[in-house]
Write a protein that binds this ligand. Structure first.
Ligand code: ARG
Ligand code: ZN
Length: 475
């Protein structure tokens, strides 16, 4: 599902252009691009088609880490295609395109690119089904020296950014092509299989195994689609607004378990608070998963996943606020380019300031002043540009902390009313799609009526510590 529209086809109605059309129509259909045009990750995503839905139907055996099944992709071609790519690292047994067996092979230079060649070339703007049947041991699959699939003692986690789908389902793996999902995973009875959205139901068709059927009905990026298998304690309830609220806790969280519950179980309260700043919650369900095996937290759509260490000093609403702020900034409004990561992390971190103010633990002014002064001018922290950190620094502390200072600087420059109007308008206009930093800058200038070039230049695009804090206090 791409939210941008293609331009330029109307010109073909004129006589002149018809000549051009007949010239181009005689050219043989070519292959779809192996990337979506991301400047940080050229191989991420693919060209030539647009996915509307993924149906992922798998069986997973934790004892052996064997994952097998079929993913069915509903898509539309955006050009004539002799072949197209899927991003996928597991061993494939068969591919059918529109029910006809297709040829397929991994690109020798990049084994995570699966090149699919249908029996007959595909026309442009055609509805398409792609059924990929596969079986493999994901923890043994390395892509670019990395394995994002984490095997745990009693299950596995497919939770990572910027990429995790390569280890469990074939996809157009870039946030510019979001889709809806059915994720159905059969696991042994003593395990749970958790994913995004609503738990439609659990089904049984053989002794000893249970199938968990999840459905996500809003456009969702591939990297935000997750799978967590293990002997989780699963809690199901309803939010005050009537949404399903499903959480899952790894019983081996030990002493961190009560604080994890004491924080994550307050997700509906966190969401209610964030709605006052960002506008209506964009999704159909809420939740959270806590595990001791992740090493970070990730804002998986409707159901973030948290490492237990976040709760080692007691309840931690900051991380719950951060991940749930991403439901707006990152999940509903996704990145058009991974370079624009500030649009995700700057705002999710700033939401922690807003919560602190709300909770009486320090105002945003106080937090920004303290943070600005906590990094000396010669700290390498100030050398990373939140507006273009480089792929290797995408999750550097500066993207978060200096990124949040940039948001505070914007708030101080435009004033309370314009600031929250910018945030809410951005969410309303871009809901379910993707966007760029340039578009955000333009919207903030339009709503505030102020030229903001210098402000963004100072906070996002200039190395070194700005000479004054976001509150205007000289250093
Ligand atoms: N977006 C996540 C967060 O800020 C960070 C994920 C970092 N990714 C990683 N592989 N460590 O909540
Ligand atoms: Zn974040």
């Amino acid at each position: 599902m791409r939210s941008t529209t293609r331009a330029g086809s109307g010109v073909l109605a004129t006589g002149m252009a018809v000549v051009l059309l007949s010239t181009s129509a005689s050219a043989a259909p070519g292959p779809g691009a192996p990337g979506a045009g991301d400047v940080y990750y050229p191989g991420a995503g693919n060209g030539g088609y647009d996915v509307s839905h993924y149906d992922v139907r798998l069986t997973y055996q934790p004892d052996t880490d064997e994952l097998a099944g079929t993913t069915t992709i509903l898509a539309n071609t955006t050009q004539e295609l002799s072949s197209f790519n899927l991003d996928f690292g597991l061993k494939v047994n068969s591919v059918r395109v529109n029910n006809v067996p297709a040829d397929f092979a991994n690109d020798a230079a990049d084994p995570s690119e699966l090149v699919v060649t249908p029996k007959n070339a595909l026309a442009a703007d055609q509805f398409l089904t792609i059924a990929v049947e596969y079986a493999d041991t994901p923890s043994k699959v390395e892509i670019d020296g990395l394995t994002a699939w984490k095997k745990t003692p009693d299950g596995a986690l497919a939770v990572d950014e910027p990429t995790s789908s390569e280890w469990w389902f074939p996809a157009n793996d870039h946030p510019t092509d979001k889709a809806t999902y059915d994720v159905s995973v059969e696991v042994p009875d003593d395990a749970a299989a958790i994913s995004n959205g609503n738990l439609v139901r659990k089904t049984k068709q053989r002794e000893g195994w249970t199938r968990w059927n999840w459905r996500s009905t809003q456009p969702q990026a591939t990297y935000l689609t997750f799978l967590a298998v293990g002997a989780f304690e699963v809690l199901e309830s309803t939010t005050p607004d009537g949404q399903p609220f499903i959480t899952a806790y790894d019983p081996t969280l030990g002493p961190n378990l009560p604080a994890a519950k004491g924080s994550i179980e307050r997700t509906p309260e966190a969401v209610e608070f964030l709605e006052t700043a960002f506008g209506p919650y964009p999704f159909e369900a809420q939740g959270g998963v806590a595990t001791p095996h992740l090493g970070f937290a990730l804002e998986n759509q409707t159901r973030s996943v948290y490492d237990g260490e976040f709760f080692k000093s007691g309840t931690n609403m900051s991380v719950v606020i951060h991940e749930n702020a991403h439901q707006w900034f990152g999940d509903s409004v996704s990145l058009g380019q991974w370079r624009d990561i500030w649009l995700n992390e700057g705002f999710a971190t700033y939401a922690e300031f807003l919560w602190s103010e709300h909770a009486g633990e320090g105002t945003a002014d106080e937090l920004a002043e303290y943070l600005y002064n906590s990094y000396p001018a010669d700290d390498p922290f100030w050398q990373v540009l939140p507006g273009d950190p480089g792929a290797e620094n995408q999750f550097d502390g500066a993207v978060y902390d200096r990124g949040a200072l940039a948001v505070h600087a914007l708030r101080k420059a435009v004033g309370e009313e314009a600031f929250f109007e910018i945030l809410k308008t951005w969410q309303e206009q871009k809901k379910g799609g993707h966007a760029t930093l340039d578009e955000f800058i333009a919207l903030s200038e339009k709503i505030s009526g102020k030229p903001l070039f210098d402000l963004y230049q100072t906070w996002l695009f200039t190395k070194g510590r700005p000479s004054a804090s976001p509150n205007g206090q000289p250093s």
